[in-house]
Design a protein around this ligand. Sequence first.
Ligand code: 5GP
Length: 110
Amino acid sequence: MEERTIFHRIRDKEIPADILFEDDEVLAFRDIHPKAQTHLLFIPKHFVASIADITPETVHIPGMLILKAQEFAREKGISGYRLTFHVGKEGGQEVMYLHLHFLSDQKIAS
Ligand code: 5GP
């Protein structure tokens, strides 16, 4: 059985998070320790632990996260941002559930 992480629990609404986007495939919520004015985490609903585990069969998943982040930014009036995947413990990945960091010095337009 796969090990459940804190992001499994956020995905399954077992613990709260400040969710700003959700559809059938992706969930995006604010990072609890933001490192920029706007700092979100985009996760796929289908569990993958890390970019290190991506295969030709699952390569669409990181692409999908990027696409949702791009759509989110456009919709919220954010014109500049940084997208980061931390890969593996030595790469700074603390939570072993694939997530795309979305950081911007711009605020989300309300
Ligand atoms: P990593 O270092 O694994 O790439 O990033 C994990 C991120 O998840 C960190 O930036 C950390 O602040 C964030 N994080 C850890 N636990 C929680 C939590 O319970 N809720 C939220 N919203 N973010 C979390």
